[in-house]
Design a protein around this ligand. Structure first.
Ligand code: ATP
Ligand code: MG
Length: 432
């Protein structure tokens, strides 16, 4: 039989119970303090939002209510950083023209210019570097609504391979977009303006994959599918570690199809990268970006423009078609080393060439999805030999209808061709 607990053991148990109670009470107090702290933070964020709402009442219209201009006090160093983290996640910040003038020291340092406007280097009061794209002017109530709608979409689109939009300005005097600053500028400068071609080929392969991931996100993953319409090396920007980020997505929709960034022929995109369907009266889908990405891939492998009249010998040819000819003659093993690609990278380079040839297929339905492109580039799936993407150029009828442009693109001045592309084609994936 067990003997009853002695007085001393009962005292020990009481002591343990007392300690446990004390520990539980202390934990509860700590939890209470933590919750109070959280609540205070939440209240201050709500107050901040209420302040913003209060400021917006002086403005008219739904767009103003949705995107009130940020107050000067919030731009002061310190608060800005928090503001960026807390609020930019939800929606971009609206700036006044005077803010942008201050950030850019009166628009003193130009980074470049393109079809939509001029880009200036700037800095937030907190020190964060920015790029301010001042857009060519357009106006009208409809324009403002469309602008806000698109800003809402662009502002909610986050991916490591997309340039981040911090904010914007929409004012009768100025329309502008405020982006994160990319230290290493655009890929075209790296590929075409660096005479020493110092960048490692391995890095270029990573840039190609990162760019493909950014576009795949726009097409297949983000809330609202976004077609870029203007994929090209100039719209792939590189951060301080040469990580690629796709720029200017959503911009095409900020404008009416018929307004600013339109080529002489009345089509969108950039010559040399725009898919044939952008030049002809055929349905246009996200597959036009796949085509442009293919054109970009050829340029990455060749480290040259697809069309370069200054080059000598056979390399003067349009690089995509020349590449296909090399594949057909089984001469890729000779062609790839001539691009300065070392032995260990040749397999990857061959993969890039095959992917590029799939991407530039004439029929959108034959071009792969961008998520498939990523897998192909990473070597996760086998790549079948692509059919000739340029067969239609050899077709006499089509040759008459499409004039082969100086940069390897096609000027559709005739409407005599029957549409070859059905919109339903565009959802079919190729089997690789
Ligand atoms: N976020 C950024 N960070 C650093 N530099 C940038 C940034 N955005 C643009 N730039 C620079 O400004 C240049 C011009 O850009 P912009 O987008 O206006 O023209 P583009 O890309 O050549 O043509 P498009 O109008 O078709 O996009 C780029 O080539 C790049 O060097
Ligand atoms: Mg651009």
């Amino acid at each position: 039989m067990d003997s009853p607990p002695s007085d001393s053991s009962a005292g020990a148990i009481e002591g343990v119970v007392a300690v446990v109670i004390v520990v539980v009470v202390v934990i509860k107090i700590m939890l209470f303090c933590y919750c109070m702290d959280k609540a205070k933070t939440a209240i201050s964020v709500v107050n901040e939002a209420n302040q913003l709402k209060a400021q917006s009442t002086s403005n008219r219209g739904a767009a103003h209510l949705a995107f009130p201009v940020i107050g000067d006090s919030q731009l002061e160093a310190g608060t800005m950083e928090r503001f960026l983290i807390d609020i930019a996640r939800e929606k971009p910040i609206r700036f006044a023209p005077s803010h942008l003038a201050a950030f850019t020291l009166n628009f003193s340092e130009q980074l470049g210019s393109g079809g939509f406007g001029v880009v200036y280097k700037g800095r937030f009061p907190s020190g964060v570097h920015i790029a301010v794209k001042v857009l060519n002017r357009s106006s009208g109530k409809r324009m403002e609504e469309q602008f806000m709608a698109e800003i809402g979409t662009i502002g909610r689109t986050y991916h490591i391979n997309l340039v981040k939009l911090f904010g914007f300005c929409f004012d009768p005097k100025m329309q502008a977009l405020v982006y994160e600053y990319m230290e290493n500028g655009s890929l075209d400068k790296l590929l075409f303006s660096d005479p020493s071609k110092t960048i490692e080929w391995e890095k270029l392969h990573e840039i190609a994959i990162g760019t493909a991931k950014g576009i795949a996100y726009l097409h297949e993953e983000c809330q609202q599918r976004i077609i870029h319409y203007d994929i090209k090396p100039g719209n792939v920007l590189l951060d301080s570690n040469l990580n690629p980020k796709v720029a200017d997505f959503g911009l095409a929709k900020l404008y009416n199809q018929n307004s600013t960034h339109v080529l002489v022929s009345g089509c969108r995109g950039t010559p040399g990268y725009a898919a044939p369907e952008l030049w002809a009266p055929y349905p246009v889908t996200y597959k036009c970006d796949v085509y442009s990405f293919g054109m970009l891939l050829f340029e990455i492998v060749g480290r040259r423009r697809n069309h370069d009249a200054n080059l000598i010998d056979c390399s003067r040819e349009w690089l995509p078609r020349w590449t296909y000819e090399m594949l057909k003659k089984n001469e890729l093993p000779e062609m790839i080393p001539s691009c300065g690609i070392s032995e260990e990278n040749r397999e990857k380079a061959k993969r890039m060439v095959l992917v590029a040839l799939w991407c530039v297929q004439y029929l959108p339905a034959q071009r792969p999805l961008m998520s498939t492109v990523v897998k192909m580039l990473e070597g996760a799936i086998e790549i079948a030999l692509p059919p000739n993407p340029f067969g239609y150029l050899e077709d006499n009828n089509l040759n008459c209808a499409f004039n082969f442009g100086s940069e390897g693109n096609y000027d559709s001045s005739s409407s005599s061709i029957k549409p070859l592309i059905q919109s339903s084609d565009c959802e079919i994936e190729i089997a690789c």
